[in-house]
Design a binder for this molecule. Sequence first.
Ligand code: ZN
Length: 423
Amino acid sequence: MRIILLLLSVLTASAQDIYIHAGKIYDTNSGKLSSEKTIIISDNIIKSIENGYKEASEDDIKIYDLKSKVVLPGLIDFHVHMESQSGGQDRYVRRFQDNKADVAFRSSVIAKKTLMSGFTSVRDVGGSGVNISLRNAINNGVITGPRIFTSGKTIATTGGHGDRTNGFRDDLVDDPGPEQGVVNSIADARKAVRFRYKNGADLIKITATGGVMSLAKNGQNPQFTEEVIREIVKTADDYGMHVAAHAHGDEGMFRAVNAGVTTIEHGSIMADRTMRLMKEKQTYLVPTISAGEHVVKMAKIPGYYPEIIIPKALEVGVQNKATTKKAYKMGVPIAFGTDAGVFPHGDNAGEFVYMKEIGIPAKYSLNSATITNAKLLNMENLLGQLKEGFYADIIAVDESPLENIATLENVIFVMKDGKVYKN
Ligand SMILES: [Zn+2]
């Protein structure tokens, strides 16, 4: 009998519990701080949050002392590119040199950097497909990184932002189709979405207008018909995926919103009609002010970008901040996202500072980087809050972000899935 009981206790014993003594906890729901709490973590889940600093009654409980810190749920960035860190001209040369393994090695370094900066979840909105393997490697514990929700390869139209042979010399240009993410008809659209599902994507990303960084003349023109976007949204919905639409110019983003996409990425040159429609349909703007500010700065350095990029960067990039300010005032809902990869990975939290500068309160921006993004991922019962039953994705900073939002640029403690990565 004793042997059976012993065996049972060994079988049912959980992993070591963790107590976090939190000086202050920030509640992303109410926007309020509370003092002197103990967060009890069992495996990868928050078991409970108790008043005061609870002492360990058993030897096998590990305690982290964050009594002088402000503790928050891990942050979620809704627009990153985990496969690349774009420089200037070299970005275009690397496309001819890098094998997928080169991309994979680089992305594993980027993944770690992102997690260490306090972003415990990200939405990757476009790469070569290595981003899907990267997600899997992180989920399987092979490498260190945030939770990744990825679109795999983006979906574009011929010659559009995301057609991989844009700007190549004639004999290198081919005619990629739905499998490579280029569509021109309703049938193509359906097929491309189904290919992404087959590849293992979590969501769909389309490029509804031209882009700044592609080797093509126009950074704003609409590149999809509304009926094709509508088919993409409908098919994605069948497969349990939402659609993110890159858009700089107004006509393309207006069509995308009308067709039912979930988020508009960048939204740079957005007219009032689109803001009104987004508010009405509760379509989220993912501002990426960080990217806009960065490309404008770099475009002023002679020779940094190819010539064709410069006027687009100066015209489009410069608008992100002002548009976000206006959209926020008009009541367009905002989901926190940065476009890390266009600017250095790890600097994601700089977006909070930009949001503050245009009058978005810290409470709103913190909510957008946690509860809002969790909800859009259908993970609102697991991510974005410090609450019983939620994933133990927890960060800490030195000061209250309500008083100094820039404190989020120096995250000093990172736990993801109940495991401490930075302390
Ligand atoms: Zn992007």
